[in-house]
Design a protein around this ligand. Sequence first.
Ligand code: MN
Ligand code: MN
Length: 470
Amino acid sequence: MSSTKELKERLFHVKKNGWESLNEESRQNIHNYAKGYMDFLNESKTEREIIATSKKMAESQGFKCICEYESLKPGDKVYFINREKSMYLAIIGEEPIENGINVIGAHADSPRLDLKPNPLYEDGGFAYFKTHYYGGIKKYQWTTVPLAIHGVIVKPNGEKVQVCIGEDENDPIFQVTDLLPHLAQEQMEKKLKDGITGENLNVLIGSIPYADEDGTEKVKLNIMNILNQKYGITEIDFLSSELEVVPATKARSMGFDSSMVAAYGQDDKVCVYTELTAMLDMKNIPAKTAVAIISDKEEIGSMGNTGMESNMFDTFMAEVLDKLGVNRPNLIDKVFSNSKMLSADVDAGFDPIYASVSEKNNASFLGYGIGMCKYTGARGKSGASDANAEFVAEVRKILEDSDIKYQISELGKVDVGGGGTIAYILADKGMDVIDCGVPVLCMHSPYEVTSKFDVYEAYRTYKAFWENCK
Ligand code: MN
Ligand code: MN
């Protein structure tokens, strides 16, 4: 080897494709893990469903509601569920909790179309649901794809009707229509963002008029009659419902080599699944208390009492301190300021077809491992939670000691990209936080793409963090 080549190898930081160095057994592990991940996605498409599935998985591994414990000791496994939409899990560590906790936090909500409070109407012989989109979407992507409806309808007497239609092979699906190209000349001249308006995101749900009945709105009546028979509801019950329209597609392996996962809602269910399985697979009692967050409302700013901005997490931690028998005034602040966190949220993967929005040296590539963002924010790092170099070094050490492939990137070019996660909220409490998640293509679209390699590295990252972070 020439001395120049040697010197380069010793001094340069060269990123390598993670698949290359893998033996057959490791590849098989990755595909097997991805299978479990895809099953998880197919079972749970909304935040409520994710929490229900996560509860089941946690209980099967010995986790119990914190309400069932009178006191806590090292090794105890607890969870707390907030209004069926967000969840915190913890394994109590050996060290005094005053030394801090190790937190990993992901979110279960994904962009979608929510039904409006008064959704049902008839026009031109069709019945429709009106929607208000949730989170940042490119509206045109949500037309002409098969859609399912998930959620709850709560009646004034407290009865809660669960809705999930469009997932079973025998279920009908729904659709937002779009104009045929022949008549779309005017639409095609519009800017992409204006081609489909929010008020046009109406879901087509039926076309048969109610029989033997004079009068108007007979298609609407027929649909309402079907809904009444199926769910026992009348139109006014929509007022107290949360019905989410999501793609009816299943998670699938993608590519001739099956190297990728294509699925709805991988932002951020991929981090939910990887953190959850990492926690459930922990064999030994960790030194520091390990805490997992499954948050809600991240896509719309983390507001409300199920979002990370609410005080519910502090309330949970206060209960942990109480039940450990160590609580005293301001202890929680001390715990938080000694704590470390991985904000487990997806990263924008480099897409060669749209290379111009990224800066290649600081982009995350699919198949190159877990992606970390030292800071997010936009235009001069505005609004960013910028991880301290000392903490980045600590995380690097954990990853390098476990031979985990990672990359540190920015979300797009300077003055082009930007975004936010729940990182700043925990940083505000005094924790050291870094964004750390799986790179995704087509983020916020009805069918997002990840690399199975990165999904598995995320699982290994989260496990190594809880096991080894001092
Ligand atoms: Mn996200
Ligand atoms: Mn998002």
